[in-house]
Write a protein that binds this ligand. Structure first.
Ligand SMILES: [Zn+2]
Length: 300
């Protein structure tokens, strides 16, 4: 079971990232122009295709693929999927398009962050022919047929090459990583602040502008639907701000990445009321601490 209906004409696909349920979602908008928003890791390609098959959508039916940004859990499978989805046009931010056309730099940068062993589990992204991609600037309107349309909105901060997707008529917002990690069952929010191109100020300003969109529901990649829209957006802005401050304080006292990650894991565990966090939550926390430290060192 990969596909779950989450809103009018929208299904969530569990990509079973590294074999794990409920950690990385992609979304499908159904109708005359089936649209895939986010793709999962390259190693999740078959899960995404299986989810579409559950919905009776053949790869050749898909018209639009929207990798919200180039991080490997969102765009890793985009190239392999685009190869299968022969009639699909790919929409991505103008700063994402060059990396999707040639993922070499992206893979090098991710290998520095995660190491060879983990990269092998994520799988290698395939290039997407430039002729199949349309670059998104500040905003782009896309008609999805049968009275539904989407606006792709530049959503920098988590990464400069990110877009969120608003379904205009139903006010459903596919947030990409503009909002924090809200794993089901984890009763708190983890900031999504990875290296290498985090800008926490832009992230907070993206969250603020998303608050003005009048969204009725947030579809988050990590993981699922939230209808407490303002609470999630406010918690994201507050957490990003407090983590930057607290990580800066600890780093200034000479704490290492591992020390700070341990401290933040304890904090999240306390907030969630659980003694032992799942491994993917621990990895997310460590990656977010790493991103804040990288940002601080660049802006020292
Ligand atoms: Zn990301």
């Amino acid at each position: 079971m990969y596909a779950t209906r989450v809103a009018d004409r929208v299904y969530m696909l569990d990509t079973f990232a590294l074999g794990q349920a409920n950690t990385v979602a992609a979304y499908v908008i159904t109708g005359p122009k089936p649209t895939l928003v986010d793709c999962g890791y390259a190693s999740s390609t078959q899960s995404v295709l299986a989810g579409l098959a559950e919905l009776g959508i053949m790869p050749s039916d898909v018209r639009y693929i929207i990798p919200t940004h180039v991080h490997l859990d969102h765009a890793g499978a985009a190239g392999a999927l685009a190869r299968e989805m022969v009639d699909a046009e790919v929409f991505a931010h103008e700063r994402a398009v060059p990396h999707l056309a040639d993922p070499t730099k992206l893979v090098d940068s991710a290998t520095r962050v995660f190491g060879e062993e983990i990269m092998a589990m994520y799988g290698r992204p395939e290039p997407i022919p430039s002729g199949r991609m349309t670059a998104v600037g500040k905003e782009l309107h896309l008609a999805l047929g049968d009275g539904l349309s989407a606006t792709l909105i530049h959503a920098p901060g988590h990464a400069p090459h990110q877009v969120s997707v608003l379904l205009n008529e139903t006010r459903v917002l596919l947030t990409a990583d503009s909002v924090g990690i809200v794993y089901p069952g984890l009763r708190t929010l983890i900031p999504t602040t990875p290296p290498p191109s985090l800008d926490p100020h832009e992230l907070v300003s993206t969250v603020r502008s998303h608050k003005q969109l009048g969204a009725k529901a947030l579809l988050t990649p990590h993981f699922g639907i939230r209808t407490d829209v303002d609470e999630v957006l406010d918690a994201t802005a507050a957490k990003v701000t407090s983590w930057v401050k607290d990580v800066a304080d600890m780093a200034a006292r000479g704490s290492s990445l591992e020390d700070i990650s341990d401290a933040m894991q304890l904090r999240v565990g306390r907030e969630a009321g659980s003694a032992e966090l799942p491994i993917y939550a621990k990895i997310s926390i460590r990656t977010s601490v790493m991103g804040v430290m990288h940002y601080l060192s660049k802006n020292a």
